[in-house]
Design a protein around this ligand. Structure first.
Ligand SMILES: [Ca+2]
Ligand SMILES: [Ca+2]
Ligand SMILES: [Ca+2]
Length: 581
């Protein structure tokens, strides 16, 4: 016998006999909602002292096998009732997971794991993959530790040692920690899909605190509260991707920093696409506060508020680039209702910043890369194709298709076909560009929403600006104070006919004012009035001072249009003045 082989045999004979954990994957079906430990962890049998399989016993047995295991949880409420923090064998307090595991519930509405406010719920330890499907994690709680270590993180789940956590159809609600209902540490990762985070509280990042790689997709994060920064998400290091998701109604209470929706720290980078952040609030950065690297694409920031600056976006350092974003109705008590750049780089293209109730649209240096629409005059955009001081004519924040709410461009919006080199889809996932003004050329719209293409073969030549003699609108003599005959108009009469086939003008000449006003009947709006489509839908409000060519008249209604546009109806009453050739 050769010496080497002999040595091996001797080694085998001398080796102590210790059972290796089984490598095969095992499935455990939990049979009881009662919280009790396994009677004999590692024997491959999920059984408590009374012979039922509890969630805790299943986790203990799963930890004893090398392969990926699956625990099946039927509908019910599974309360973790055994106190004892700081224990990492799943015997007390949180459920410590040390080997690859899937926990499959019956749905977020029916399978609930409740932390009983005694400890966090799951502690994922080591570089393992853990997947949760179809369940709710609620009422987990981790107090602020005596030291300020991150061990105070993850009211629901704490991932340490580089683990990979994925959540599918999971609700994370009502959890409390220093950092995050979910905390990702040591470069680990989170992928959350089709999930919700609500009503969580923390000092930093009430829903998510990440030092790793986090992807949030088709997920809603709402109503979370941080006593410091990052009302929903605090990205401290690593990368954050938010896709087709909603972040709404979150708040951060720090008096100096902020990020009511998201805080992006110096060491982090974030990409937000196809998403809406609305109704979040903080001191600086009602929706987003960034000091790292931010790319905001095809996304909407709506009605967020800052107590100081940057109601939509606060740039405190690093770089922020916005492309096809719509920032609407964001407010700041001091400055920068839409955007405040206070020490970094802010570059904006193909984007709308408008309708800020306070703070103006922009403050600080906000650089245009072209084709933006500033609803006020405060962004000082100076790139090609920029528009300023005009109403973008946005619809309300609502479901316009896709997975998130958006502001549609009303048919009269000057943002339609006024962008350039946009993304290939809009926030809703609709293909872009489209020909939104019916001139035969598909061009990008400004902002996150691409108006549908229209095929109205109409081009009405008009001068770019109303003749000076037409304004101010207030010169019209009000007649509404007088007769009861001018009572408010009733509902629009049924209108069967689509607009008459109007006038296709190939390569229309651009007339001077005299030509336009002498050759056509036109109307100037003296008080705001409704624009009605051929299908009797309300398209929006036409503001005083607008003027249009009259294409057709029917009873007391006028079919009008401007350039570029398509026809719509307005009522011929005291709110308009009609001028005939
Ligand atoms: Ca056992
Ligand atoms: Ca434990
Ligand atoms: Ca278009």
């Amino acid at each position: 016998m050769r010496p080497m082989l002999l040595a091996c045999l001797v080694w085998l004979l001398l080796m102590p006999i210790t059972p290796a954990p089984p490598a095969r994957a095992v499935g455990f079906t939990v049979t009881s909602p009662l919280d009790a430990p396994d009677a004999n962890p590692g024997d491959g049998i999920c059984a408590t002292a009374i012979g039922v399989c509890s969630l805790r016993a299943a986790v203990q047995e799963a930890n004893a096998t090398l392969g990926p295991d699956t625990i099946t949880l039927a509908p019910g409420v599974y309360v973790l009732g055994i106190g004892g923090r700081g224990e990492d064998a799943a015997a007390t307090g949180d459920l410590d997971v040390t080997r690859p595991l899937t926990i499959a519930g019956a749905g977020a509405g029916s399978t609930i794991i409740d932390g009983n406010a005694a400890d966090r719920i799951l502690h994922v330890i080591g570089p393992i993959a853990v997947q949760l499907n179809g369940l709710t994690l609620r009422n987990g709680s981790v107090p602020r530790p005596a030291d300020i270590s991150l061990d105070g993180g993850g009211g629901a789940i704490y991932v340490v040692g580089g683990g990979f956590l994925s959540l599918n159809n999971v609700s994370v609600s009502g959890n409390t920690a220093t950092s995050g209902a979910i905390a990702i540490d040591d470069g680990g990762s989170l992928t959350a899909t089709g999930s919700t985070f609500s009503g969580n509280t923390a000092s930093f990042g009430a829903a998510l605190f990440t030092n790793g790689s986090a992807t949030i997709a088709n997920t809603t994060i709402s109503g979370n509260t941080s006593s410091s920064s990052g009302g929903a998400i605090y990205a401290r290091q690593g990368s954050l991707s938010v896709v087709n998701s909603t972040i709404s109604g979150n708040s951060a209470s720090s008096s100096t920093v902020g990020g009511g929706g998201i805080l992006i720290a110096v060491g982090a980078n974030a990409t937000i696409s196809g998403s809406t952040l609305s109704g979040n609030n903080a001191t600086n950065g009602g929706a987003i506060h960034t000091r790292g690297s931010l790319s905001l694409v095809n996304s909407t920031l709506s009605a967020n508020a800052a107590r100081n600056g940057g109601g939509g976006l606060y740039v405190g350092g690093g770089s922020a680039t916005l492309s096809n974003a719509t920032l609407n109705a964001n407010s700041a008590d001091v400055q920068g209702g839409g955007i405040l750049n206070s020490g970094g780089s802010a570059i904006v293209r193909n984007s709308i910043v408008a309708n800020s109730p306070s703070g103006g649209t922009c403050a600080g240096q906000v650089t245009s890369a072209g084709y933006n629409l500033d609803g006020a005059q405060t962004c000082a955009f100076a790139g090609p194709g920029d528009l300023a001081g005009i109403n973008p004519q946005l619809g309300p924040l609502q479901n316009n298709g896709g997975t998130t709410m958006t502001h549609a461009l009303l048919p009269l919006s000057p943002a339609i076909d006024a962008g350039n080199a946009c993304e290939s889809i809009d926030q809703r996932g609709q293909r872009r560009p489209t020909d939104g003004n019916g001139d035969g050329a598909a061009r990008c719209d400004i902002g996150a929403f691409e108006a549908p293409g229209v095929s109205v073969p109409l081009v009405i030549p008009l001068p770019a600006n109303a003749p000076a003699t037409l304004s101010p609108a207030g010169t019209a003599t009000p007649t509404s104070t007088a007769s009861p005959a001018s009572a408010p108009p009733t509902a629009a009469p049924a209108r069967t006919a689509v607009p008459p086939t109007a006038v296709r003008v190939a390569a229309p000449p651009r007339p001077d004012e005299a030509t336009a006003t002498e050759s056509a009947t036109w109307v100037v709006v003296t008080e705001p009035t409704e624009a009605i489509s051929a299908d009797d839908d309300t398209l929006g409000i036409v503001q005083a001072g607008e003027w249009y060519v009259v294409i057709a008249e029917e009873d007391d209604w006028l079919l009008v249009a401007s350039d570029p546009a398509w026809p719509f109806w307005i009522q011929e009453d005291e709110r308009v003045e009609v001028h005939r050739p």
